[in-house]
Design a binder for this molecule. Structure first.
Ligand code: C5P
Length: 215
């Protein structure tokens, strides 16, 4: 099956040398791409900048900004059966990129930010994706309720939710502890390395795909 995975942070340019970004390492998405490939699937990894090696046998499309990621996803999602959005897309981007490096001429500097495109949220309606859609949610409270709300709003079949207030998991860590949030129930997964968790997630996503699409 054709599987799309988004991963990593995005970089939103302020001027030619500066950008807004976040602490995403991309590890979870890269491990998922590798695990789908290992399970015999054809994987396209659309990734923001990371220091990771592209997993063997995975097609790779590097991007920088949220807008570039959205363009890449909308171009390729039509032929995908499963799409997993593990990228930590910046929520806001500077309203304008300065053509020249900003000078530190005043004591304060105000940046105007505008919302980035919601890539996951546009997969169903705007991009017409009919396959199995999986999103991620990093929450600090009411994990399950917030994740289920996201699942419904964005038309997902599954949200992989993690509590980012817990120490030692999630962003920038090799470990993660997630709860699988389905429309009708939650399935907490034990803390595991992102490598092992990716294999368990791939099994869960494939099972879900077969249940929903009987293919
Ligand atoms: O709403 P929130 O940003 O918490 O949603 C997280 C999920 O949405 C992740 O799967 C992330 O990859 C995806 N996302 C996206 N485009 C955005 C923001 C988030 O695809 N602009």
């Amino acid at each position: 099956m054709n599987v799309l995975v988004t991963a990593g942070p995005t970089r939103e340019p302020i001027d030619p040398v500066r950008f807004l970004s976040n602490r995403s390492s991309g590890k979870m998405g890269y491990e998922l791409a590798a695990a789908f490939q290992h399970a015999g699937h054809t994987v396209l990894l659309v990734s923001g900048p990371t220091t990771l090696d592209v997993p063997d046998g995975v097609d790779f499309l590097p991007v920088e900004t949220a807008t570039e990621m959205q363009e890449a996803v909308s171009h390729h999602i039509g032929r995908m059966r499963i799409a997993v959005f593990a990228a930590a897309v910046a929520d806001y981007t500077p309203a304008a990129k300065a053509a020249e490096k900003l000078k530190k001429s005043s004591d304060t500097l105000t940046l105007e930010l505008v919302k980035t495109p919601d890539i996951l949220g546009s997969a169903r309606m705007a991009m017409g994706f009919t396959g199995t859609l999986v999103g991620f949610a990093a929450e600090t409270e009411k994990l399950s309720a917030h994740a289920r709300d996201k699942l419904v709003r964005k038309g997902c079949d599954l949200i992989v939710a993690n509590d980012v207030s817990k120490p030692g998991i999630g962003f920038d860590s090799n470990f993660n502890e997630v709860t699988l949030v389905y429309p009708d129930h939650d399935a907490p997964m034990p803390r595991a390395s992102k490598h092992d968790l990716a294999h368990q997630l791939v099994q869960a996503i494939l099972e879900l795909h077969h249940t929903l699409r009987q293919s």
